[in-house]
Write a protein that binds this ligand. Structure first.
Ligand code: HEM
Length: 498
């Protein structure tokens, strides 16, 4: 069966699976084409395998699911089983457990103390690790470097420092293999495959520890061991010296523990919370930075406009940087807060390449969506953020172009200062929408701005000719083949022309 030419054929017994398998190598773009061809809504059926999802990228449905009828669309038990590595942490939780975790995490993450810790950590890590790493790559001459890997290492170190209070040093020169970081990558890859493999099959593979599930089992052991060691160390710190001066989230959670006799339950809570926060913070921000620089290599006009915007801030700092000997400039988050074009360019990047390309929801009670689709209790919904950012009906005819200007209101030529245009979250869903909106959005912008501004100002980045950049199949929008680039110091190229 097929109702439109862009829709995959539905076969007896196996449903849409042959179409999915044939297009899995370019899954996100294929799914976007299908959704565009069927008015943004599609029911994917896996025939007798039992797989069935209602897939949507329709803003009116998104608004309904994430906000207006939020209580009817939790994450659901089945997804908690798929994402078992996250335990009962905030990403997996629903109802009262989710609400309590959210309140606690929000209290710790939005306070001024943690905010300034985030800003200081980000700047410090960029100055002490990212810039020296890129300087080393630039001095090496013609050898390409993988900027995607570098950004993931950077954000892993940054997030570990914020969450655990330890810097694993992933971005040290020589790029050491860090088993914990590798384990997180393996886990994410498996989580995607579990969405498209019948549950009975992947559960059997998991029990037998074969195939991809073998990797998952090993990853889980590595993650659990790392967290257990770190929690034990932080507890020991607390006993020995008190850790009230530490700003990282783990220390804050330990300080807020109500009953110190209940260490076992607390350890499970701390394990789940920290793994969730690490996943939330590391991969999302690292992936976004990678796509941002990929887009800049393809759009020199935007790159120049960003340099123009940075120039007045940088010129105040250049002398100090030259005096210090290195000649490289780093920026504080407070200096970048007013740069609207930088903010717009990051939003535009996340519109085209949302770090979380799809979201999942379950249906509690029968309901009718604004598109007219009847949902039954127990149904599963996938909301495709990647596709939503590329729909003409949502973003206009130029929706595939990288054009930060779409985020700006006001006309400089007419004397009005540019300011950011508000886009509702049910249309720009990259940070989720409604009560479950990303808790780290502000923190993510701080990290991205500090890293992006420093790299942009100090280095010219060029994509290695012929290198193919495309998304990887994962629940986070990583790059399948990395981002192979050559970097040069800006003072060796014509510096900041305008
Ligand atoms: C560019 C960077 C980021 C993007 C695009 C992003 C996006 C998202 C999205 C789409 C969700 C919803 C996920 C889901 O429910 O399945 C989410 C949730 C969340 N994010 Fe972020 N995020 C980013 C950075 C961060 C950072 C740095 C943190 C801090 C550690 C963070 C903390 C969280 C938390 C705690 C939630 C769960 C909220 C809840 O369920 O109530 N995020 N984020």
């Amino acid at each position: 069966k097929k109702t439109s030419p862009l829709e995959p054929t539905e076969w007896p017994i196996v449903g849409h699976l042959p179409g999915l398998i044939a297009n899995i190598h370019h899954f996100h773009d294929w799914a976007t084409g299908v959704l565009a061809g069927v008015s943004y809504n599609f029911e994917a059926r896996g025939g007798r395998t039992g797989l069935r999802y209602f897939i949507t990228c329709d803003p009116s449905n998104v608004r309904h699911i994430f906000t207006s009828n939020f209580a009817n669309y939790p994450k659901g038990d089945e997804f908690a089983v798929i994402f078992d590595v996250l335990g009962g942490g905030i990403f997996n939780a629903d109802g009262e457990s989710w609400r309590r975790q959210r309140v606690k995490a929000q209290m710790l993450m939005t306070g001024p103390r943690f905010r300034s810790f985030t800003a200081a950590c980000s700047r410090d890590k960029v100055e002490r690790s990212l810039l020296p790493f890129l300087a080393h790559a630039a001095d090496e001459g013609s050898a390409p470097c993988d900027l995607h890997d570098a950004f993931l290492r950077l954000t892993f170190d940054m997030t570990c420092a914020l969450v655990f209070g330890v810097d694993p040093g992933c971005l040290a020169i020589g790029l050491p293999v860090v088993p914990f970081a590798r384990a997180m990558d393996d886990a994410l890859e498996t989580l995607f495959l579990r969405h498209i493999t019948p549950m009975a099959l992947w559960k059997l593979m998991s029990r037998l520890e074969v195939g991809q599930e073998k990797k998952m089992a090993e990853a889980r052991r590595t993650i659990d061991a790392f967290v257990a060691t770190t929690v034990a160390k932080r507890r020991a710190d607390k006993l020995e010296q008190g850790i009230s001066d530490s700003y990282d989230l783990l220390s804050s959670f330990i300080c807020h523990e109500e009953d110190s006799s209940n260490n076992n339950d607390d350890d499970v809570f701390l394990r789940d919370t920290t793994v969730n926060l690490l996943l939330a913070g590391r991969d999302t921000t690292g992936a976004a930075l990678s796509w941002f620089f990929y887009l800049l290599t393809q759009n020199p006009r935007v790159e120049q406009k960003l340099l123009d915007e940075l120039a007045p801030v940088a010129s105040r700092k250049q002398v100090a940087a030259d005096d210090a000997g290195g000649g490289m400039v780093t920026f504080d988050a407070s200096e970048l807060g007013s740069l609207v074009y930088l903010h717009a360019a990051l939003c535009e990047c996340l519109r085209l390449y949302p770090s979380v390309p799809f979201e999942h929801k379950a249906v509690v009670a029968d309901d009718v969506l604004p598109s007219g689709k009847e949902m039954k209790a127990g149904d599963k919904v996938l909301v495709f953020s990647y596709s939503m950012g590329r729909m003409e009906g949502v973003w206009g005819k130029d929706c595939k172009e990288f054009r930060p200007e779409r985020w700006l209101a006001g006309d400089e030529s007419a004397g009005t200062t540019k300011k950011l245009r508000y886009e509702p979250s049910y249309k720009f869903i990259s940070f989720n929408a409604g009560p479950r909106t990303c808790l780290g959005k502000e923190m993510a912008f701080v990290q991205m701005k500090v890293a992006a501004a420093a790299v942009l100002w100090n280095f010219a980045v060029e994509l290695v000719p012929g290198h193919v950049v495309e998304p990887k199949l994962s629940i986070i929008l990583h790059m399948k083949h990395g981002l192979a680039v050559r970097v040069r110091r800006r003072d060796e190229v014509a510096r900041h022309a305008s």
